[in-house]
Design a protein around this ligand. Sequence first.
Ligand SMILES: [Fe+2]
Ligand SMILES: [Fe+2]
Length: 242
Amino acid sequence: MDSIQLQKKPIGELVREDYRTAEVLSRWKLDYCCGGKRNLEDACSREGADLVEVTKALEEVLAHPVGRSMDYNSWATPFLIDHIEQVHHQYVKKSLPVLVTTAQKVALRHGKEYPYLETVFFEVKALSQELESHLAKEENILFPYIRQLVIAHAKGQNVLKPPFGTVNNPISMMESEHTDAGDSLSHIRTLTGDLVPPEAACTSWRVLYAQLLEFEADLHTHIHLENNLLFPRAIQLEKEVV
Ligand SMILES: [Fe+2]
Ligand SMILES: [Fe+2]
């Protein structure tokens, strides 16, 4: 699809074809829900949004494939940590406020008729708070210590005993928080019939489920990289250094 075709496309259709465009449209307050029949050009002129800029942002999103596979195992530990922080932590930080807003909007609009949507909203809100503190602990305590272990190992030096005793302690805590986050997402799946929107669901409701599916997929990769790759390496490094 070239830029002209994109600009002539109804924005509701755009979101249905690729839910990731919803975030871009929301950024410029373009209403893809009730105003979804308007094409991008009309929607932008109505809201006074810069058509060229919006088109560019949409094209950027559409240019990236949704899934990808990488040989994480071959990556050096500092690069693995950078990747986790720059890709997964940034993603969680960016997508959680969007998820909370969408979940709240859907709960307010349809929660009376479908009370489970209110529970979904509360789960999403709680998950958002828990993950915020989880990421901070990894970024401020655990990951800097693992970086220290890598440097000490390379130089054949020792590291000072950390305040948390051994790396096994924060790792156990992070693993248990990963399990909690996974449980919240499983609960959301149970509540929503595996995130399949009902026939009557409006666009925002469909966007919420699509965003949750994307979030879940990203979190699975994120947790896999930590539990299965990074943490065992850190435990081994500590054994060799301390
Ligand atoms: Fe993490
Ligand atoms: Fe984590």
